[in-house]
Design a binder for this molecule. Sequence first.
Ligand code: FAD
Length: 497
Amino acid sequence: MSSGASRTPSDLDAIIVGAGHNGLVAACYLARAGLEVLVLERQPYIGGAAVSRRLYEDFTYSNCSYVCSLLRPEIIRTLELPKYGLQVIPYEGGCTMMQGGGHLALYDNHDALRREIARHSKRDAEAYDRYSRDVMRQCKFIKPLLMREPPDPTSFKPRDLKELLYLGKRFHGLGEERMYDTLRFWTMSAADFLDEYFESEIVKAHFAGSSIIGTALGPRSPGSAYVLLHHYMGDIDDTVGAWGFARGGMGAITKALGASFEGSGGAIRSAAPVAQILVRNGRASGVALADGEEIHAPLVISNLDVRRTFLDTMDAKDLPDEFLRQVKNFKIRGSSGKLNIALDGLPRFLDMLIPSQIDPTMVPDGKHYMSVFVQYCPYELADGPWDAAKRTAFGDTVINTIARHSPNFKELILHAEIRTPWDIENEVGLTEGNIFQGELTMDQLLFNRPVPGYAQYRAPVRGVYMCGSTTHPGGGVMGAPGANAARAVLRDLGRAH
Ligand SMILES: Cc1cc2nc3c(=O)[nH]c(=O)nc-3n(C[C@H](O)[C@H](O)[C@H](O)COP(=O)(O)OP(=O)(O)OC[C@H]3O[C@@H](n4cnc5c(N)ncnc54)[C@H](O)[C@@H]3O)c2cc1C
């Protein structure tokens, strides 16, 4: 990684705190607009939750995020990520298994999937097209909002009024019936939503899976239908809702972003934890690293979640009390764990997420890598904090559960990285291990994300900005918060992008 050490402090226009994918996206846009930008990353490697690491021999793990769909195509194009090595390979199929032994195989091919659903319920196969159409309609409504700054509904500034008008027009454009549907959809539970289409438990269980990923909600919680939608908003090669693997793991995305940024003259300094965002005369003046070194710049853009940014790296005296109260109330609840498993071969009778089947670059010849995302894995345990024994017990539970469906699975295991929410918090800096830097519930979306009145990437202190998943439109490897934050910075500087 290149070093920022050669720069004189006065060179810098902006410091980005954190080299997660959003920090890097923001950095790329700012560097391309001609700003001198330095990215400071706490870990000795970049990527945050979009990272590939070799922890065992020649096996590459996607340590946190593992599948790609949400990354905005306009970001991929503008930042020339394919030129910097990014390749996304669509993956087809999968399987939902029931404890009693039944399964639903999933196919990319529409007719094949309908036939499989019909095996469980002919009525559900008929309903599937109606379901897909309605979900896509919601996606179509929301997608254009992803790369826009949410309006402040209490403001009379021309920009806010224009954005509110845009939102209103799009909403009105849905037509009377769909307007009602959309409001219901944003607030209802996934279970209620799915009940309106399907009767088969396994079909509903499969679709409900996306409604609980990364959240402490259950499928019957109000608001979980929106979480389901969040997982349909991406596309691969123009196929809406499709998912794929980044060749070389999710770190390939941040590697390409890092290279694109450096290609525009930016510098990244890793193993450089920021301890404090410095404020002088009411505006940002730079940062202090954990070892006391100060680096000065008039703009500081934080990739950290809203709590870490304002409660851990800023002085309370620099922030309004009411703002701090709302920051403390922002919900960030951990609910997910992860296992990354090196396998000596392909397990029998099992269809789990095995990226090496499609991307052999991640493993030595004949070996395989399995990625297991686990929910619910709570941050707080009933009998006290996570420790090494509890981590092992968690790993055993997951491995034993998989082994029930695959007779030779255990014999194939060469190495397993077991990650509890506590590990994810400590390593990646995601509070409670929450994968979205904050729950994606209606009370924390759009102009309420992360704090009402501060949803436009700007902090209450001039020169301090937020660019992480904690801001609109939320988490996942999407890049939209980073791009939107960079646009806000450039607008404040009087430079468009
Ligand atoms: C287990 C897991 C599985 C997931 N699966 C998927 C998936 O398959 N697909 C998908 O799209 N999304 C997935 N996600 C969600 C997605 O990965 C995240 O929402 C997203 O990567 C967050 O990106 P970010 O840039 O906003 O923040 P982060 O990735 O959290 O980046 C923040 C960066 O700041 C750094 N940092 C923290 N503190 C400091 C400090 N004091 N000084 C300097 N640097 C600091 C961190 O080290 C980190 O690099 C998953 C997440 C997890 C944890």
